[in-house]
Design a binder for this molecule. Structure first.
Ligand code: HSE
Length: 311
């Protein structure tokens, strides 16, 4: 890092994690975004470069998640500086693994360091959320919070925001497959029910509590049977034509369970060893490729660090 520029990495994240719609997520080690910020001699905020995605992302600072996040921060803190922002994406937009959150988090994390603004992660969270809301049309922190804090995060409450870090088993591995069909979060939220009935709410709460208990006590069996979403996944599964094939291939390769991440189309599976996680990723990838759909897969442990300065 020079005094005039900084390059940071901000991770992708798996959100919802089965029963935790809008309230649970965890960061992964790879992929993630690289954000470079340089000071300017004037007071302009500009996005100068976006690489790594097929989708055209807005270069307009007020329409881009990274731009909106930084703008919100500078406005709130009354800092008058000019910045050039480069966004190098390592994951596709609309993939369900927190692409917009990684950009927003990377941007505020980088600006905070570069400008020595001394904001805590709790303070940065609000700015990153402002950026995320541009992309998804709603305030949900289950990608932004894990990308920013690292680890497995429970958002116990939104008003006031209450972020709880949940310990996870040391040998918990995640395999992710991204079939290259695009699902926009904003659209995938529109198909969700406005209300759920009491029985569904009870089942969801039981699984959410079970998942947290399973993670804390390293009870893989409990984690496996708790990874069930009664609210979003039944509706969203229909947006992923190869949903059943991906799940079956994950189970065949030894996954303890497999769900949609975020609003999809990516799906993730948990397992208890690296060897199994690699096998599961290969198996999920093969099932997608059988349908002539392009895809990429990732294997990662939980990333407990979150964003980091590269140089
Ligand atoms: N919780 C959000 C949703 C995550 O499911 O809409 C979006 O990535």
């Amino acid at each position: 890092m020079s005094s005039n520029s900084i390059r940071v990495f901000a991770p992708a994240s798996v959100s919802n994690v089965g029963p935790g719609f809008d309230i649970m997520g965890f960061a992964v080690k790879f992929p993630g975004d690289e954000i470079i910020i340089r000071k300017r001699n004037d007071r302009k905020l500009r996005i100068t470069k976006i690489t790594g995605v097929k989708t055209k992302l807005p270069m307009n600072i007020s329409q881009n998640t990274a731009g909106v996040a930084i703008k919100a921060m500078l406005k709130e803190l009354q800092v008058n500086v000019g910045l050039d922002i480069e966004i190098h994406k390592k994951m596709e937009v609309g993939s369900g693994i927190g692409s917009s959150a990684a950009s927003a988090v990377g941007a505020v994390f980088a600006a905070n360091k570069l400008l020595s603004l001394k904001q805590s992660k709790n303070q940065l969270l609000n700015f990153a959320l402002a950026g995320e809301s541009i992309a998804s049309g709603a305030i949900h922190a289950d990608n932004v919070a894990p990308a920013l804090f690292g680890g497995f995060i429970l958002i116990r409450s939104y008003n006031p925001i209450d972020i709880i870090r949940i310990p996870t088993p040391k040998n918990l591995y995640c395999s992710i497959v991204f079939p290259q069909i695009q699902i926009k979060t904003i659209e995938a939220r529109r198909i969700l029910p406005a209300e759920v009935n009491l029985k569904t709410a009870c089942n969801q709460a039981g699984n959410a509590a079970g998942l947290i208990a399973g993670l804390i006590t390293s009870d893989f069996n409990l984690i496996a049977r708790s990874l069930v979403d009664h609210i979003a996944e039944p509706r969203r599964a229909k947006l992923i034509p190869i949903y059943d094939q991906i799940r079956n291939s994950a189970f065949e390769a030894g996954a303890i369970n497999c769900n949609v991440t975020g609003s999809g189309p990516s799906m993730f599976a948990f397992s208890d060893s690296q060897i199994k996680a690699i096998k599961i990723a290969q198996s999920m990838e093969a099932s997608v490729k059988q349908t002539n759909t392009k895809c990429v897969s990732y294997v990662s442990k939980i990333n407990h660090i979150g964003p980091k300065v590269l140089d």
